[in-house]
Design a protein around this ligand. Structure first.
Ligand code: ADP
Length: 448
């Protein structure tokens, strides 16, 4: 097992990893920008290294600074968390070439899944059902028009290098396609430095269902069931739960087995999530995330498996200590993402937190790096806390969540807590009747 791990991230996920390390008896190195000198992950780590100024490109996205920090402190492994460099194959390669362990899959797998077209092609070859669309990036507008005839409208133009819910344009009919293609390519070039786009059928009322997997370096893979992340705003997840209301035990077992056998053929190891859209009883692969996900605690609560601990053990070459038959999903878990933003205008609201009181009690978990007196810096993601609850079934989990949301106090900065509270009072949410567009529509009428 490793003696010391460098955590190449910040915020709640840096703390999450730090906690796993501490429980395994592993020393931790935090890295931070000058904006994060007083951050919780820096305070709790055994050692810390300042790696640059506030802009991410000069600190958390700077491989050289991070490797230098690992070198100086004598860390043996690097955990990238999520976001920043977590899915950067070049970074993972550099980590390995410099003699550190990368706590994640092979760089080759990061590379395949980081390119959305290659990922879809590979998924299809591996026997997974994918969303109908073009096999390659579409070059000309003529080519796009032709392909669109085959795929049918409405359709989506997607940036090959897109991510984080950005880089998607819905096209309703052929008269819009040329203009939309021009715009989408320009935006892709500006946003991701890669103008390539492809076309995909637009599913109109899907649910987002993803399968969590864990695999060791000895060819042993298991799935930990699904998470339902259908409640999204601008294609970004806001609420995640497990199990999904729409899957029967047989459907769950079947999609899980298909994912496991596909990833086994790929030779995948460490944690990963295969994301699908689900509509009318059918699954459609959209992408794979080759890292720890924000919403992983939902799965941890229903399975009792510590995913970050397993990631570290796997990277150290240990075997998974359990088989598929040992994985049991019990009760129901729901996670809500608390963000520092005005829930009406959705504008970020960084600032000083004057009072902080997280909820507690049975079945309540809060993953957050906040404390009273902390100033939320403007340079990073607006996620400031994840509230996750677990209870015997969905109805009780919702009551527990409402109770916990009522206890939660974050003063000094605007948060989306009022929105989260309003959400669970809604009948369609309580009854589980929603699709990926539901929250956007709800927000149009919600005045807080
Ligand atoms: P990103 O990498 O930006 O997160 P994803 O491919 O994972 O992009 O998609 C994010 C979300 O966008 C999905 O959960 C879904 O709500 C929506 N989406 C993506 N592809 C489609 C599609 N073909 N039809 C309808 N919605 C889609």
């Amino acid at each position: 097992m490793f003696r010391k791990i460098l955590i190449a991230n910040r915020g709640e996920v840096a703390l999450r990893i730090l906690r796993a390390c501490r429980e395994l008896g592993i020393a931790t190195v935090a890295v931070h920008s000058t904006a994060d000198a007083t951050a919780m992950h820096v305070r709790l780590a055994d050692e810390s290294v300042c790696i640059g100024p506030p802009p991410p490109t000069e600190s958390y996205l700077n491989p050289v600074a991070i490797l230098a920090a690992a070198e100086i402190t004598g860390a043996e492994a690097i955990h990238p968390g999520y976001g920043f460099l977590a899915e950067n194959a070049d970074f993972a390669q550099m980590v390995i070439e410099h003699g550190f362990a990368f706590i994640g899959p092979d760089p080759a797998h990061l590379r395949i899944m980081g390119d959305k077209i290659q990922a879809k092609r590979r998924a299809r070859e591996l026997g997974l059902p994918v969303v109908p669309g073009t096999e390659d990036a579409v070059g000309s507008e003529e080519e796009a028009l032709e392909a669109a005839e085959r795929i049918g409208y409405p359709l989506l133009i997607k940036a090959v290098a897109g991510g984080g819910g950005r880089g998607m344009t819905v096209v309703q009919g052929p008269s819009q396609l040329r203009e939309a293609m021009r715009l989408a390519r320009r935006e892709a070039k500006l946003g991701f430095g890669d103008e390539r786009v492809y076309l995909e059928r637009y599913l109109e009322r899907p649910r987002h269902i993803e399968i969590q997997v864990l695999g060791d370096r000895h060819g042993h893979l298991v799935h930990l069931g699904e998470r339902d992340c259908t409640l999204q705003r601008r294609h970004q997840k806001v609420v995640e739960e497990a199990p999904s209301l729409v899957l029967s035990p047989d459907e769950r077992a079947e999609i899980g087995e298909r994912v496991v056998s596909a990833l086994a053929r790929l030779g995948y190891h460490n944690a990963g999530t295969v994301e699908f859209l689900w509509q009318d009883g059918r699954f459609y692969f959209i992408e794979m995330n080759t890292r720890l996900q924000v919403e992983h605690p939902v799965t941890e609560l229903v399975t009792g498996i510590d995913i970050v601990r397993e990631q570290i053990r796997i990277a150290a070459g240990e075997r998974l200590g359990f088989a598929q038959k040992d994985v049991r999903v019990s009760g129901h878990a729901i996670e809500v993402r608390v963000t520092a933003e005005d829930p009406r205008t959705l504008t970020p609201s960084p600032g000083r937190v004057t009072a902080y009181h997280p909820p507690g009690g049975p079945g309540v978990r809060v993953d957050s790096a906040l404390y009273a007196g902390y100033t939320v810096p403007p340079h990073y993601d607006s996620l400031i806390a994840k509230l996750v609850v677990h209870d015997v079934d969905r109805a009780m989990a919702i009551r527990r969540l409402e109770r916990a949301l009522a206890e939660f106090v974050i003063d000094g900065t605007a948060t989306n807590l009022p929105l989260l509270r309003a959400l669970f009072a809604n009948r369609e949410i309580r009854e589980g009747r929603f699709d990926t567009r539901w929250l956007g529509q709800f927000l149009q009428n919600w005045r807080g």
